[in-house]
Design a protein around this ligand. Structure first.
Ligand code: SF4
Ligand code: SF4
Length: 174
């Protein structure tokens, strides 16, 4: 008695091919008929990247490292995002804030280096959930393709949102 794991088991036809079947012409014509039938149907594919599908409002894309309202880096290199990441995609190195750097870093400790390996990331958003400082967010930006593995390692400079122009002026005039 045979056992199957689904009800969709199909008996394979093992009888020898007829002369016509061995020429493969009927099979080729059948295949061409299916191809022709699809030419006039609505295409399931799109011309990416020229054309992009609209994303769902809950779509989670590339991460950003956020700044506070004064333009200071929010991340305090506590490591909770890295701990909560199921893909072990986040690594960081912490550093201590020096006197005079209060306008750059919000907390006494900050991330001197911060990296996310987008080849590992599954865009689950757990890092965002775990962060006690509102420092990391997943945006609606799609992670671009790349021919080089290194291009998928996003460093702090790639992730950190740009320094606000007003804050730059404030620091320069100090
Ligand atoms: S989105 Fe998920 S997998 Fe990606 S870095 Fe954050 S916690 Fe890790
Ligand atoms: S992004 Fe948030 S959770 Fe991750 S190290 Fe920085 S402060 Fe901690």
């Amino acid at each position: 008695m045979s056992h199957t794991i689904s009800t969709r088991a199909k008996q394979v036809d093992r009888r020898p091919m007829t002369f016509m079947e061995s020429l493969y012409i009927p099979a080729i014509l059948k295949g061409l008929r299916i191809t022709l039938g699809h030419i006039f149907k609505k295409k399931a594919t799109i011309n990416y990247p020229e054309v992009q599908r609209p994303f769902s409002s809950t779509f989670r894309g590339l991460h950003i490292l956020n700044r506070d309202e004064e333009g200071r880096e929010r991340c305090t290199a506590c490591g909770l995002c890295a701990l909560s990441c199921p893909a072990e995609a986040i690594t960081m190195e912490s550093a201590e804030r020096k006197p005079g750097e209060e306008m750059l870093y919000r907390e006494e400790k900050y991330a001197a280096n911060y990296e996310i390996n987008m080849l590992r990331c599954i865009f689950c958003g757990l890092c965002e959930e775990a962060c006690p400082k509102d420092a990391i967010y997943l945006t609606q930006t799609f992670a671009p393709s790349n021919f080089d593995r290194k291009g998928f390692i996003y460093k702090k400079d790639d992730l950190l949102i740009p320094f606000p122009a007003e804050t730059t002026q404030k620091i320069e005039t100090k």
